[in-house]
Design a protein around this ligand. Structure first.
Ligand SMILES: NC(=O)c1ccc[n+]([C@@H]2O[C@H](COP(=O)([O-])OP(=O)(O)OC[C@H]3O[C@@H](n4cnc5c(N)ncnc54)[C@H](O)[C@@H]3O)[C@@H](O)[C@H]2O)c1
Length: 337
């Protein structure tokens, strides 16, 4: 149950809006006009109202959120009261460090790359989408970002990424990944299985294999692999994605054990639901969707990509000094269910 704030703002959660004597009717009216209701929001109710702008990918414009806030505050947009979570970058935490971040063009990877850069690091920002990493680089004009457009399934691209580091790699965040179509084992196509494994497992393995000699030579390094709740349980996605993220967990544990005496730490973060635009390839399996829908009621909250960046940068940085081989859920408690 979330506390009802005295003043509703865009930083107040949807739950707080719904529980507010004025905000509840205003938001319910808005949802009804949009042809939906609060039940359809599911675990997204734990998110700040503001996050719906990014999550809806244009369906809910900023102007509509501003309008809702004005309607419950006598026509003005009040200052946020500071009670909502705020990212607090640690000045200089990555000073002098070169950090490769894959999937840096969107979602969790973008938030991680941005935070490392703002904490003083030189970021090698990798993504298959050239326009997205150009956009990231432009948004971090005063910081050190080297954009490298590369498809991680392409062996030549891995060599280009290593060349772009100019011989120094202190940390690697393997964030890039793709979804499956929720298909169960009796339905999964060879194409879906191969594509998901090519990106989520083989791409991660090949880049990490190329990075490790540099770290082992230096006698230090930190690697964070992004797994998923689907790497911890069977009820979070389809078989291809679930198996791929279990493989990421296995790669993490094996490497952590192998290099434990060589100064290289390897950990994984297992996100729960995160408000990103991660695409669903094709039409979701009806069989898989129905099974997953029933399990999804256990998701306590949907995170902002910056929440995951906070977890990932902690492990990437020297703050994670004694942590090796951990599979750290960053999921608002989903894995405790
Ligand atoms: N969003 C979630 O709810 C969630 C939950 C658990 C785990 N994850 C994992 O977090 C990671 C990031 O997901 P996100 O939600 O930020 O997704 P996203 O789609 O917003 O970002 C992923 C990025 O990876 C890039 N990418 C995809 N294939 C690539 C390739 N072959 N080579 C290089 N770049 C490639 C995409 O262009 C994209 O910019 C993924 O590994 C995903 O499996 C996400």
């Amino acid at each position: 149950m979330s506390r009802t704030p005295a003043t509703l703002t865009a930083s107040s959660t949807i739950d707080q809006w719904l529980g507010h004597p004025e905000g509840g009717p205003v938001l319910r009216g808005f949802l009804a006009q949009a042809g939906t209701d609060e039940a359809a929001l599911g675990p997204a109710r734990s998110m700040p109202l503001q996050q719906l702008v990014a999550l809806s990918q244009g369906a809910l414009p900023q102007a509509a959120v501003d309008d809702l806030v004005r309607r419950v505050n006598g026509g003005i947009i009040p200052e946020a009261d500071g009670s909502a979570w705020q990212e607090r970058p640690v000045a200089g935490r990555f000073e002098g460090r070169t950090v490769i971040v894959t999937g840096a063009g969107s979602g969790i990877g973008r938030a991680t790359a941005s935070r490392v850069a703002r904490e003083g690091g030189r970021v090698i920002a990798v993504d298959i989408a050239a326009d997205r990493i150009e956009d990231l680089t432009a948004s971090l004009d005063d910081y050190q970002v080297v954009p490298i457009a590369a498809d991680l399934t392409d062996a030549e691209a891995v060599a280009r990424i290593i060349a772009g580091t100019e011989g120094r790699i202190d940390a690697l965040a393997n964030v890039a990944g793709i979804n499956d179509d929720f298909s169960p084992l009796h339905e999964v196509s060879d194409a879906m299985w191969s594509r998901v494994f090519a990106v989520n497992v083989e791409g991660l393995m090949r880049l990490t294999r190329a990075v490790l000699p540099v770290m082992l030579d230096a006698g230090r390094g930190s690697i964070v692999n992004v797994a998923s709740e689907a790497g911890l349980r069977g009820s979070a996605s389809g078989v291809a994605y679930t198996a791929s993220k279990h493989a990421v967990v296995g790669i993490t544990r094996s490497a952590a054990f192998m290099y434990a005496k060589d100064g290289v730490r390897i950990n994984a973060v297992a996100p729960g639901g995160v408000a990103t635009g991660i695409p669903m390839p094709g039409t979701p399996s009806a069989f898989g969707s129905a099974r997953l829908e029933a399990a999804r009621v256990n998701i306590p909250s949907i995170a902002d990509p910056a929440h995951l960046a906070a977890t990932i940068t902690f492990l990437l940085s020297d703050d994670g000094v004694n942590i090796n081989g951990a599979i750290l859920p960053s999921d608002g408690g989903w894995s405790a269910v």
